[in-house]
Write a protein that binds this ligand. Structure first.
Ligand SMILES: NC(=O)c1ccc[n+]([C@@H]2O[C@H](COP(=O)([O-])OP(=O)(O)OC[C@H]3O[C@@H](n4cnc5c(N)ncnc54)[C@H](OP(=O)(O)O)[C@@H]3O)[C@@H](O)[C@H]2O)c1
Length: 314
């Protein structure tokens, strides 16, 4: 296309804007506004809107299930682990503070025995997992897969939001929100695929947040170090959550039906996603690179082949 000098400048500005838009992608404006409304609704109306729900929510017997719950030493994760175990599931608490997990199990077992409902003790164990270290994630994946046992549910619950905190990096060199909330759970999910496939039907559940609606991701700057965006803890948190939704959207589509694995992201409030497919694919590729796997890792893992991970052999 030909442009006069003025036109050329405006053409350049348009293409610059397009480039900018391509590099930094969030959700569309309508979804974004709807997301803001959801965030407000969750903050102000959640209690009222959830008042009809039973607490605790009654679970069916889950004796046939093995569930890994990351970050189960506090908050949502500890409640989830306890309730799953009380429903009969074999629960693995994947945590960095193993002492705290053992103390919790002791408390839960004591209450459970005293409740009069207990026929068997709770079936819970603890395994060490520090999401701030990708070596630790690979060690966990290898140790779990070595059991050659089926895994029915992986709950990627552990997360961090260092509200108002300065930008910090893990020893792997990644911004901490990005690593804990997105990269490490992504690596864990991929490494545990052989065990998830071993169960005839299984599920990866990512505890996300309604705040992902206001996140932006730039696949070429997931670490937020280029200076194009000023870092704040809210940007770090919301962007890591949006990257997780995008990555898992692609994972869910690329997993063949025969694997029997479903992948979901949930928010403790309402989650309705409408993510940009092009950016999602870029986020997928960039994530695979950052977590040290080859681009064909998913196919290889599904076919039962070994893959070389930069953070350890798997
Ligand atoms: N609470 C909310 O209102 C809310 C809203 C939306 C989404 N969420 C999401 O829900 C999930 C659970 O949050 P929560 O509110 O229950 O928070 P929480 O009480 O702070 O629990 C977070 C858990 O993650 C673990 N964790 C943090 N960094 C870790 C690391 N490097 N390696 C391994 N484990 C690590 C923590 O372990 P330590 O005890 O060792 O620190 C803790 O067990 C998060 O993904 C969060 O983003 C929460």
């Amino acid at each position: 296309m030909r442009c006069s000098k003025k036109k050329k400048m405006s053409c350049e500005m348009v293409s610059l804007k397009k480039k900018k838009k391509k590099n930094k992608d969030g959700l569309g404006w309508i979804v974004w506004l709807r997301g803001c409304a959801n965030v407000l609704q969750e903050v102000f109306l959640q209690r009222r809107m959830a008042s009809h729900l039973h607490n605790p929510f009654p679970l069916p017997p889950l004796n046939h299930l093995t569930c890994i719950v990351t970050g189960s030493t506090s908050g949502i994760g500890s409640e989830t682990a306890r309730q799953l175990a009380e429903a009969g599931a074999h629960v693995v608490m994947a945590v960095r503070n193993t002492k705290a997990a053992h103390e919790l199990i002791l408390q839960w077992q004591t209450k459970w025995s005293a409740s009069g409902k207990a026929r068997l003790p709770l079936n819970i164990q603890v395994m060490e997992l520090d999401l701030l270290s990708l070596d630790s994630v690979v060690r966990f994946g290898n140790a779990w897969n070595a059991r050659l046992a089926p895994l029915h549910v992986l709950i990627n619950n552990a997360g961090m939001f260092s509200m108002g905190g300065a930008q910090k990096f893990s020893k792997d060199g990644y911004e901490e929100h990005l690593q804990v909330n997105h990269l490490a759970p992504a690596l864990l999910s991929l490494l545990l695929l052989p065990s998830l496939i071993r169960a005839s039907r299984s599920r990866i559940i990512n505890v996300n947040s309604v705040i992902h609606y206001v996140g932006f991701v730039d696949p070429s700057d997931l670490n937020i170090v280029s200076g194009k965006r000023k870092f704040s803890s809210l940007i770090g948190y919301s962007s890591s959550k949006l990257a997780q939704v995008m990555f898992n959207n692609v994972l869910s589509k690329r997993l063949p039906l025969e694997t029997g694995i479903s992948v979901v992201c949930l928010s403790p409030g309402v989650v309705q996603t409408n993510v940009n497919v092009e950016t999602s694919n870029k986020v997928w590729e960039k994530t695979i690179e950052l977590i040290g796997l080859p681009l064909d890792a998913l196919q290889k893992i599904i076919q039962g082949e070994e893959v070389q991970c930069h953070y350890g052999f798997h």
